[in-house]
Unconditional design. Structure first.
Lengths: 361, 336
């Protein structure tokens, strides 16, 4: 606000206008908290050691990217797709199949710079086809069809030995080495995930304000009116699926590099639902929501065992805790943690305004 | 039927030819060339019968799912949990009392009670919010799965088949003619046939109840337009509770059935949730005959697939769903 006021005294009105447009397009840039978070994320390797860096923050960023793709579909397109993790897993499998791994009979042994784009392209195609199937029906059916796709893929990877190596999966997947850097070493890998997550975040942010994103939100709110205006609702939806599939595929590639193995357990139905939980708990109206949800999820998953045991409870009840937390969020806030925080902030600001008004009166 | 043939003569012809081929495969004695190409007739017949009886089980699970969806627009993704819960209860009762029949009754009542509680305590508060209800059922399925894992552990359980149902029975279906000219008939487990017959009886009873009784009329009216129905003075909440109880109870019964001819373990809930999803997508949401047709198609596809193309069996099931969605997105027997 102060920035805007100070620019009013500037002599050059065109620079003023572009600047204002920039601020409108990227509200993060005028938010000091966003700069602080970005700074902390960039200097994270100085603060955190290897375990926290990879197991907590890199994992959070990867899960956040996958959940971000769901947030994009659900928040801007109104389509709750449970197959985003399946797309990510498919990309991971493709990296393992086309690239190098310990299972030489399956992997084709392509170099990473060939295998990764191939995996991304195939996974995007997979997601687009799945989306084209899902948009055949509307609303609540989307969940069912995408869940069916995800579950079918899970059972397929379990049964198929020729490509997916059955329930053992593919192990010791090779990770990229170039310019003399091992990109899977802790710090380098953290920056890779951070970079990808940032690109995805800003891409979603940008698309949501681009004409395509606005049309997509129109399709979400009133498909018939958009059709009457000359837009093709299904084409927009399928394009949204394609975009989200690409983001999910990026997350999947990072995930397989992170764990260096992939197996049907990585694409199980429970894991698909975890992605929904992450997005919903974080909040599906803003791109930042999935990352917050992922952080909560990863922290719970890592430390719930110790905390539960400390309170004298059974440490294995982690999923119960997750499920109850998810239920609570769905019951009390339709907008996840972000919604809760905003509601709390609004209440506190109205409270201060009221008390301030009382003082003046 | 006649209208369908009039409207879609080409499809009717394809269906008739497919049925005729299937009947010929079941009843004729296979020529040696065919046996050389696709294997023994006994294997094929077993797969077909397994598929149809599995379809009976799928119908029990999916009919409750489709009924609840049809009336309340509630995609109950905790339906698989109700199935597994019913199965565990049935197992506990049958080992405790030794009575197989009693385990069905108790499983029905227990699952129906859970359904009533869910409808009264949860879904009634968020009526009309489809997405939120579905999210809640996802959360509930996680919680239920973990609670059941807590209580019953990760072991496999099998409900004991009663002694009067153990053993094979000879069916009047020829599998081959011996060189001595003596016919060989198919042997098939009696329990599966009994369970299939029971699911057919349940299906017909449901159809009769829906089409010939007053409460069925109310339910059908609710499927068509529940707001108008409520406006005519029907106590719609009561109908909702009853339908939810019935759907959940059917899932509970199906759990005991599944526990008898397969086994119960964590993960089965997801499997049967997927099965009922695919069945109702193929058959048509909210339609009981659709659930029956879809269940038989999916059961057959799964069993024949696992016999003839073992590593791609799930793909067949999935392809059926894709084809149905591409040609008839509302499902085979849905009206819309």
């Amino acid at each position: 606000m102060s920035l805007l006021q100070s620019t009013q005294f500037r002599p050059d009105p065109s620079a003023n206008a572009t600047r204002r447009a920039l601020i409108r397009a990227w509200p993060e840039f005028q938010n000091p908290a966003a700069w602080l978070v970005a700074l902390i994320l960039v200097i994270m390797p100085l603060i955190a050691n290897g375990f926290f860096l990879i197991e907590i923050f890199a994992t959070t960023l990867i899960l956040g990217v996958i959940a971000l793709s769901l947030m994009f579909l659900a928040g801007y397109g109104g389509m709750v797709s449970l197959m985003q993790l399946t797309i990510a897993g498919f990309a991971g499998y493709m990296v393992a199949v086309f690239g190098m791994s310990g299972n030489a009979n399956i992997s084709l042994g392509w170099p990473w710079w060939l295998a990764t784009p191939m995996a991304l392209a195939l996974a995007t195609l997979f997601g687009t086809l799945g989306g084209a199937l899902a948009v055949r029906t509307e609303g609540i059916y989307t969940i069912m069809i995408t869940l069916a796709i995800g579950a079918a893929f899970y059972y397929f990877t379990n049964q198929n030995w020729a490509i997916f190596n059955g329930h053992t999966g593919i192990n010791t997947v090779a990770t990229p080495h170039f310019w003399g850097v091992d990109w899977r070493s802790d710090i380098a890998f953290y920056y890779v995930t951070l970079g990808v997550a940032a690109i995805c975040y800003f891409a979603v942010q940008y698309v949501s304000r681009a004409p395509f994103g606005l049309a997509l939100q129109g399709v979400r709110d009133n498909p018939r009116r958009m059709a009457a205006l000359g837009f093709n609702p299904n084409a927009h939806r399928i394009a949204a699926y394609a975009f989200a599939a690409f983001i999910a595929a990026l997350g999947g590639v990072l995930q397989v590099w992170n764990y260096r193995q992939i197996s049907p357990g990585s694409v199980s139905v429970g894991a698909c639902i975890d992605v929904l939980i992450i997005a919903v708990v974080g909040g599906i109206t803003r791109p930042i929501g999935p990352f917050i949800g992922a952080l909560i999820f990863v922290l719970l998953r890592t430390f719930a065992l110790d905390v539960l045991i400390k309170f004298g409870l059974d440490g294995n009840r982690f999923r119960l805790l997750i499920g109850l937390g998810f239920l609570a969020i769905v019951f009390w806030s339709s907008d996840g943690v972000i919604g809760l925080w905003e509601r709390w902030r609004r209440r506190s600001t109205t409270a201060t305004q009221r008390s301030g008004g009382g003082r003046h009166g | 039927m006649a209208r369908f043939i009039e409207r879609h003569p080409a499809w009717a012809l394809i269906v008739i030819i497919a049925v005729a081929v299937l009947l010929w495969l079941v009843f004729a004695i296979w020529p040696p060339g065919l046996e050389a190409a696709i294997g023994r007739k006994r294997v094929f017949l077993n797969a077909v019968l397994n598929g149809i009886t599995l379809g009976g089980l799928y119908f029990l699970v999916a009919s409750g799912f489709t009924l609840i969806f049809g009336l309340m627009r509630n995609v109950n993704l905790a339906h698989g949990s109700l199935y597994l819960f019913g199965g565990y209860i049935g197992y506990a009762i049958s080992t405790w009392t030794g009575s197989w029949i009693l385990s069905f009754i108790v499983a029905f009542i227990a699952a129906a009670l859970v359904g009533v509680i869910l409808q009264l305590a949860v879904f009634r508060r968020m009526e009309g919010q489809d997405l939120r209800q579905t999210m809640v059922t996802i959360g509930l399925s996680i919680v239920f799965a973990d609670l059941m894992l807590w209580v019953f552990g990760g072991d496999f359980y099998q409900v004991q088949t009663p002694s009067w149902l153990i053993g094979p029975v000879q069916l009047p279906l020829l599998t081959a003619i011996k060189s001595s000219g003596e016919p060989v008939y198919l042997q098939y487990p009696l329990v599966r046939l009994v369970i299939f017959a029971a699911s057919v009886v349940i299906g017909i009873a449901m159809w009769l109840a829906l089409n010939r009784t007053r409460i069925g009329m109310i339910v059908r009216a609710g499927v068509d337009d529940r707001d108008i129905l409520a406006a005519t003075g029907v106590r719609i909440q009561l109908v909702f509770v009853l339908v939810f109880a019935l759907g959940a109870g059917l899932a509970g019964i199906a759990g005991v059935v599944g526990g008898t001819f397969q086994s119960l373990s964590p993960g089965e809930d997801t499997r049967f949730l997927l099965a009922s999803l695919v069945v109702v997508i193929v058959g048509g949401m909210g339609s009981i005959p659709g659930a029956a047709l879809g269940a038989v198609i999916i059961g057959l596809a799964e069993q024949l697939g696992s016999v003839y193309i073992p590593t791609y069996a799930i793909v067949v099931t999935f392809l059926i769903m894709v084809v149905v969605l591409a040609l008839r997105p509302q499902g085979l027997l849905a009206r819309r």
